[in-house]
Design a protein around this ligand. Structure first.
Ligand code: NAD
Length: 248
């Protein structure tokens, strides 16, 4: 049975949501864990004994694009077979209830938009987009499996350049427009929810402290303690798919 303290915390956050003028949400791999998508740092985060940090880098792609594409093809296959969960849908619902709302996600699975969120800031890109390493063209590609390695078909005759995932890899800079939009939302919000992120990937790890020092009340939703837990005002310990629907 749930403790009276935990119920009080949910009620308190609900009151804060009802009074909020702008809510900003940051989500990480944990919200999609409830859809069956492995997180990077969970027990099922390894692929053929490689860690994500060994594959999601420009150096890994330069060394062995085929290997990196095989890993993405495996991840695309998993994501294609799953769907958004009540946690994603609750955030789409929350967006309709508050006057100002910004959703920032570190996830690349595209589930927030599928669940009905309008225009989430996809800080780390989207696994269904590819970018040509020669002509720079970004396009949507939903092939599962994808030919490995894929080549650019833009233009006449076709460009033929090697395609890469349109993902911000470890060691790469985020898109400036996404940082600007995120910073604006962190400064503007009176309530921030931090959902399912370990808080170790920068610069997203700095977002909760930024919002808090700008005056926001910051709430974490996570079944486990994270690097952010002692920097927030309230921790709602639990799974995103269970806790978020209760906040609405
Ligand atoms: P992470 O793997 O470092 O951490 C996941 C966090 O989620 C942990 O704190 C864990 O305790 C928490 N968690 C686990 N189950 C949960 C649940 N049911 N509800 C709520 N929280 C839960 O993930 P991160 O912090 O997002 O950073 C890793 C990077 O991995 C990000 O850049 C992200 O883009 C990428 N990634 C994305 C996906 C995806 O798109 N679905 C999947 C794996 C990794």
């Amino acid at each position: 049975m749930e403790s009276a303290g935990a119920m009080d915390s949910i009620e308190q956050v609900k009151r804060r949501i009802a009074a909020a003028r702008h809510v900003t949400v940051l989500t990480g791999a944990g919200i999609s864990a409830d859809s069956g998508i492995p997180t990077f740092r969970g027990e099922d985060g390894l692929w053929r004994d490689f860690r994500a940090e060994d594959l999601a880098t420009p150096e890994a792609f330069a060394r062995d694009p085929k290997l990196v594409w095989e890993w993405y093809d495996w991840r695309r296959g998993i994501i294609a077979s799953k769907s958004p969960n009540p946690g994603h849908r609750a955030l789409a619902g929350l967006e309709k209830k508050v006057p100002g709302f910004t959703l920032i996600t570190q996830n690349v699975d595209g589930f927030h938009a599928l669940a009905g969120s309008r225009d989430p800031i996809e800080l780390h890109g989207n696994i269904w987009k590819v970018r040509c390493t020669r002509c720079g063209e970004v396009s949507i590609n939903r092939d599962v499996p994808i030919p490995i390695p894929p080549h650019c078909e833009t233009g006449e005759p076709a460009c033929g350049g090697l395609l890469r995932p349109h993902i911000v890899w470890f060691g790469e800079a985020l898109f400036e427009s996404d940082i600007q939009a995120s910073m604006g939302a962190l400064q503007a919000c009176d309530l921030m929810l931090v959902v399912g992120t370990s808080g170790v990937v920068w610069p997203a790890a700095s977002f909760a402290p930024v919002a808090r020092s700008a005056g926001a009340y910051v709430v974490e939703v996570n079944p486990n303690p994270s690097a952010l837990s002692d920097q927030v005002d309230q921790v709602l310990q639990g799974r995103a798919s269970e806790v978020l629907p209760r906040l609405l």
